[in-house]
Each structure stands twice: as C-alpha cells, then as structure tokens.
Write a protein that binds this ligand. Sequence first.
Ligand code: GDP
Length: 406
Amino acid sequence: MDHVQIVVAGHVDHGKSTLIGRLLYETGSLPQQVAHELEGAGGPHSAAAFAFVTDQLSEEQEGSFTLDMAQAQLRTAGKDYTLIDTPGHREFLKNMVTGTTRADAAILVVDAREGPLAQTYLHAYLIAMLGIRQVIVVVNKMDLVSYDRARFQFLSHQLSPHLERIGITPVLVVPVSAQQGDHIVKRSDRMSWNPTPPLAETLDRLVPLKKGGDQPLRFLVQCPFPVNGGRAILGKVVSGALRRGQPLVFGPHGHKTVVTSVAVGQREIRVATTGQCVGILLQDAAPVERGHVGYGGEHAPVITDRITARVFWISPRPLAVNDGIEILCGTQGRCAHVDGITRVVDPISLKVIKTKATRLEDSQVAEVIVRTDSPICIDSFEVVPELGRFAILRDGRTVGGGVIAT
Ligand code: GDP
C-alpha cells in the first residue's frame, strides 16, 4: 500500500494539532486507549481535546522523533499516511531546512477568520523551495465565520495565486472546522455550497514522491568500522543503486576502488537501493572516511569549493558577507564563509529587496555564494536532494539552509 509523508504547516494557533487529532479520531487511526481518553476529556467536540491527542502522541513516541517533531500514523481506505507536526514556528523552519522533515506533500492550515499571516507565507515559501509541490490548503475554523461561502472564496482567491507564484498549484482548497469535525471525513450539511470532497478523501489524491532509483548512485559514508582485521564502510545509498562487484569512486578526493560485498546487518545482498543503509567491503577501503561520497564512474557529483545556493536565513543575528559559517551537506561538514549575497527576496511579498547586499536578515531568502575551506561533493537539488541541500550552522546551532543551484 502507498505510504505518503505529509508535513502539516501553518501559522501558530491556526489549528494544526487540532486538525491532526480530528483526522486521527475520525478515521479510527487512534490507539483505542487514546480514543477513549479523548472521549473522556470532554467529548470529541471539546475545544482542547484534539490538541491533547497530539500531545499524547508526542509522549507515546518519545525517542522516535527528533527536534520537537511529532509524527502520527493515519490510515484511510486508500492509503497510509504519516502526518508530521512541528509545534513552534522556528522548529518548523529548522526541521525543514535541515532535512529532518522529509515529506512528499504538505497541508497548509489557514484560520478562516484571521486569513493567511506571516508564518503561513514563510512556511509556504519553504515548502516550495524544498520542492514539495503537492499541497492541500485547509481553511480551518469555518465555524468562526458561520461557514460563510464568500469568506472561503475570498481566502481561496487570495491564497491560490500567491502559491502559484512560488511554484505550487494547490491540489485543493478545503474548508473545514477541525474542532467541530465538519468536512473532515464526511461532507458537512453546514457547507452544502462546497463542491470539494472531505479532507480525508482529498488526501487520497496525494502520491509518494518517486525515490531516486533511476538517478546516479550516491553513497554517503557514515563511518568506517573494523571487521576481521580489515575495514568495512557503513553508509547510506541516497540515490541510485549500489551493486556488489561494481567500481566505485569516493569524492572529493577521487579514490577509486571496487565493491566486494554489500550487506544489511549480517545478511549479504547483491544490490542496495535508494534509502538503504548498508555496510560494504571494498578492495581498498583504507583512504575512505566519514563524509566521503561514493559514486559510479560516469555521473560524478560536482566537486567544488564554491557553492551558489538559495539560502533561507532563520536567525535574529544577520548573515553578513565574509561571515564564517559551517555547512552540513549529507554527511559532509565544512567550514565556510560567505563570498557574496546576490539577490535578497522577501518570502512574504516575494519582492526582490536588494541586489548585491551586505547582509541577510532573519526570515529572508537570498542567492548566496559560499566558499568552503576544502572541496565538497554537491549535486543539483532536483537530481539528488540529499546532496543538493545543506544546513548552515553557526556556533553549533542551525541558522539557515540552502538549496543548491547548479
Ligand atoms: P496549532 O498551533 O496550529 O497547532 O493550533 P492548535 O491546534 O493548538 O489550535 C489553536 C486553538 O484554535 C485551540 O484553542 C483550538 O481549540 C482552536 N481551534 C482549532 N481548530 C478550530 C476550529 O475548527 N474551530 C474553532 N473555533 N477553534 C479551533
């Protein structure tokens, strides 16, 4: 059965957690005990009840998620879904730019009364920047605007053109009340004017993104470890396939060798495919270290110390030209500095604010030229996302992320 990962985005308090709780409840996806507790907490219509559900899930899954991220499993007649909720705006941005949140699709929640606000636009921009093209816009809290058709249409006409300008054509714009349970699984009598299917049905239009199986091989080295007096290499195939017997080059230094064995745990396999973590043996593993990138002879990554990228900056302290930063791209870490900030864009108005800027402020986006202290393997984001994006750290903290334009 298809499995789709969906990140839930939107301005704080517009109802992300409530919506997730409601979806889980109405589709029967909650563990029985949690469903009972929810009913006990004032009934499924009570105001606080659904946010309570997502808190509950966060606690239940302690240890299985990182960086303030809660994940919930949802099943409809059509598919399995993972819903990813990040309480907190900063955490949302961080999880997205660092690649902690990996999603095939997004739900953008907008409060019907307040309409889209700053965080709505920032989240939408980042979703588009990270190549998530399947977006369902949920206009929530329709109860607060008396289920008014004109209000819904006004918001829909305001949001859709904005999203299209950043490269997203919404799958659908769906009016709901997460708190009241309107138009979640069943059509709502209170919005008989609405022709769109209920939200749960709309989800079935989302498809998992194609994994990079037919893309060039990229094997990110996590760590070498000793075996039988030799050296095995543990790593992840993030694109293409890795076969026993094939020649392999390791960048950025260009060490050439041959794969003699591929194993998952103790089990030997012939081919490792995209997404698999494997241990491999090589004819000559001696020069291979954490951070190296294995590839086949033909489609090499770009090996460079100069990166041009679209950078989303998320720190109150600006990024200035010549600033020292650290970048993390796959398992590669490099010290770097900013060579230039070419074009600064405001992700809300989408206007170019400045060309040839000296600094990049909080929540702005710019084309930035980064110089690394030593060569690094990169790819175009469209071809190999894992090597086409990087996180930016300063003093050990995540302060931005970039998408590589090659
Ligand atoms: P989040 O910050 O986006 O996760 O928002 P929450 O899910 O925590 O909801 C914020 C507030 O809005 C809570 O008080 C919810 O009870 C309330 N809320 C959420 N959905 C609805 C809705 O459909 N109608 C009304 N009236 N209130 C809602």
